[in-house]
Design a protein around this ligand. Structure first.
Ligand code: SF4
Length: 361
């Protein structure tokens, strides 16, 4: 894969703030995109309106914190995942992408603030002695889509590699992992792959790597010393969902249990504002109910049936791997697992709240 050509086809204009323009990672990224016009500006507000779209790449040292908490959902159990918003925006084009509902500054934004964000994560660890901290860059965009350009993940993997409590996750629908293979000390770095059946991936995840390529990347990640994770999110109720997801589960059987850090499950859900931006996708014509967080989900009976099928099979294949539900109600947890995560041995560690507070500066 020629990354340089790939990115040159993706972007037609680059804006970069003055204060970060000499950073070695920026200099190296711009070199790989030679030929694309670059403008140096003072702040994101200076970006001309006609360039506020996904053909524009915007590089900045962010003003506020990029370390935060996964927003969770009112009335639903949260897995206490922490986030580093290194990349904001994504061009993989998933039809269901939740970011359409909240990212209104549309250039693809790269936030370079490694030292401060690492320092903040280390502070969190210091304030929560002995606690497992799961943190990742996949909340506001794909962790690896633009990473061969900027190499941000390497900085974080290396910075956290000596700390056994920190599980740093790169979540992706690409197979862009070659640039991470040679990192010497990986610590507990995890590369997480989102999964869906072939047909769904082809039709609803237009520019993402085909599932077979994601599996091949997962194998490569393991062979080079990473742990991996899998995310079934969103699980979509297509006509043959049972067969489709069974085939994905079949393909997972080859992976060694000891190398899988966790697996998450979440059925398709949407806030009303997202529905307006999704057009007429066939899966929106299913039956949904409004939930306490304002999002619409499949009926509880449907959700528990789908979760049950996937979870039972996973637990049979990988009894020791933590499998958890993403943003689900206590009632659904009860029906799928028979108890809440706080009472499940391998999950209570993950679901224990991590405490922190930063001034936003
Ligand atoms: S990969 Fe994730 S962030 Fe990118 S379009 Fe798909 S759902 Fe959105």
């Amino acid at each position: 894969m020629n990354y340089s050509t790939f990115y040159k086809n993706l972007f037609s204009r680059i804006f970069c703030t003055q204060e970060i323009s000499e950073h070695p990672l920026v200099v190296s990224a711009l070199k790989k995109m030679e030929g694309i016009p670059v403008s140096i500006i003072n702040a994101r507000e200076d970006l001309p309106p006609e360039y506020r779209n996904q053909r524009t790449l915007f590089i900045q040292k962010p003003k506020g914190n990029i370390v935060g908490r996964c927003p969770g959902s009112r009335g639903h159990l949260c897995c206490n995942y922490l986030t580093i918003n290194a990349y904001e925006g994504c061009t993989l084009g998933c039809t269901y992408c939740i970011m359409k509902s909240y990212l209104n500054f549309s250039p693809i934004t790269v936030n370079i603030d490694i030292e401060k964000s690492v320092e903040q994560v280390l502070k969190i660890r210091e304030n929560n002695p002995g606690q497992i901290i799961r943190i990742g860059t996949g909340e506001t965009g794909d962790s690896l889509l633009y990473d061969p350009l900027f190499d941000l993940s390497r900085q974080y993997v290396e910075a956290f590699s000596g700390i056994p409590e920190i599980y740093f996750e790169l979540k992706t629908k690409t197979d862009f992992i070659d640039h991470l293979v040679g990192i010497k000390n990986k610590g507990n770095a995890v590369i997480g792959f989102s999964l869906n059946p072939d047909r769904l991936a082809l039709e609803e995840e237009k520019f993402a790597a085909p599932p077979a390529a994601r599996f091949a990347a997962a194998e490569k990640a393991i062979n080079s010393g990473y742990k991996i994770a899998f995310h079934f999110d969103p699980i979509i109720r297509c006509k043959d969902w049972r067969e489709g997801y069974s085939r994905v589960l079949d393909a997972m059987e080859v992976f060694p249990e000891g190398k899988i850090a966790w697996i998450s499950l979440g059925t398709f859900r949407y806030p009303p504002v997202l529905k307006d931006k999704m057009g007429k996708r066939w899966y929106l014509y299913d039956e949904f109910v409004p939930c306490r967080d304002g999002k619409f989900r499949y009926l509880q009976k449907i959700r528990t049936g789908m979760y049950g099928m996937v979870k039972n099979r996973l637990k049979k294949m990988f009894p020791k791997v933590p499998v958890y539900l993403c943003m689900e109600s206590p009632a659904v947890w009860q029906k799928v697992f028979g108890k809440n995560p706080g009472k499940i041995n391998d999950l209570c560690v993950i679901f224990k709240p991590v405490g922190y507070h930063f001034e936003n500066s």
